[in-house]
Design a protein around this ligand. Structure first.
Ligand SMILES: Nc1ncnc2c1ncn2[C@@H]1O[C@H](COP(=O)(O)OP(=O)(O)OP(=O)(O)O)[C@@H](O)[C@H]1O
Ligand SMILES: [Mg+2]
Length: 259
């Protein structure tokens, strides 16, 4: 289970960033006080446009950065004081993490398995299962450098899940994937859910949120504008699909559409 309470995150801006942001403020709040819970046996989606604060929220959850205010806890472990236990509980996938391209999938997955302190037999079992599921097996001994974008993304997923964690935090997991590969990833997330895992994904793709998530938080400009099941969000916005609901929330929160 994930608990996020009053989470705020601000970044100090460099002079260049201040110019880019057209701002005189020396700091920028990427996340402005958000609260949510993700339950076991649930897929929760953070749905928001570019720059909404999705990755920042997830980096706080993975304890890669410290919140400016508020708190996070993962399976009862506090992010501020029990970071190591939090990290042991979770898988974190983001496109900011790069695999070392000189190594092979076999070497990389084994390395991360050992890093998590797994037995060699467990590593072998997990690798065989995940490599088979994601179609990495034929490329097991190919240099990562020579793999396609999709295969690299699937390997990142395998590596993140090697220790069979209870909590799965996937930032834009289907980004850059073709429809078949994307389906393999979303189907695997459903399998993880059926195993009782706690899953949070971020996306800006409506159909991914619509098809996959039990509950959604629509996040814009660092704030949650709506949260609930699809039906609850439709009811709240008076719209019948997520596209329209999303634009309704965008416009009512002061966003301007440039067509
Ligand atoms: N290290 C940083 N320093 C300054 N500003 C940052 C930093 N990291 C993020 N930001 C800013 O915080 C805001 C939120 O960024 P974040 O990456 O969380 O958005 P996002 O919802 O993941 O967007 P995207 O869909 O483009 O991935 C953006 O305006 C971004 O420029
Ligand atoms: Mg992001």
């Amino acid at each position: 289970m994930i608990h996020v309470k009053g989470l705020k995150k601000s970044f100090k801006l460099s002079k260049k960033q201040m110019t880019e942001n057209k701002s005189k403020e020396k700091q920028k709040y990427a996340v402005k006080g958000i609260d949510f819970i993700v339950n076991d046996n649930e897929i929760f989606g953070l749905l928001g446009p570019n720059g909404a604060g999705k990755t920042t929220t997830m980096r706080c959850l993975a304890t890669l950065i410290n919140p400016t205010e508020g708190s996070i806890s993962v399976n009862g472990f506090d992010g501020a004081t029990e970071g190591e236990q939090v990290r042991r509980e979770l898988a974190f996938l983001t496109n900011e993490l790069k695999l070392d391209t000189h190594f092979t999938p076999d070497y990389t997955a084994r390395f991360f398995g050992r890093l998590h302190g797994l037995d060699e037999t467990v590593i072998e079992e997990r690798m065989n299962h995940l490599f088979d599921y994601f179609g990495v097996t034929p490329f097991r001994f190919t240099k990562i450098n020579d793999l396609s974008t999709g295969m690299k993304q699937k390997l990142s997923i395998v590596v993140s899940l090697i220790h069979d964690p209870q909590v799965v935090i996937f930032d834009e997991p289907t980004n850059g994937l073709d429809i078949i590969t994307a389906r393999a990833v979303t189907e695997y997330l459903k399998i993880l859910k059926s195993q009782g895992k706690t899953i949070i994904i971020s996306t800006h793709m409506m159909h991914v949120a619509e098809k996959l998530c039990d509950r959604i938080a629509v996040i814009m400009d660092g704030e949650i504008k709506a949260m609930g099941t699809l039906d609850e969000i439709y009811k709240l916005t008076g719209k019948g699909n997520l596209d329209d609901a999303f634009f309704n929330l965008y416009e009512t929160s002061g966003g301007q559409m440039h067509v």
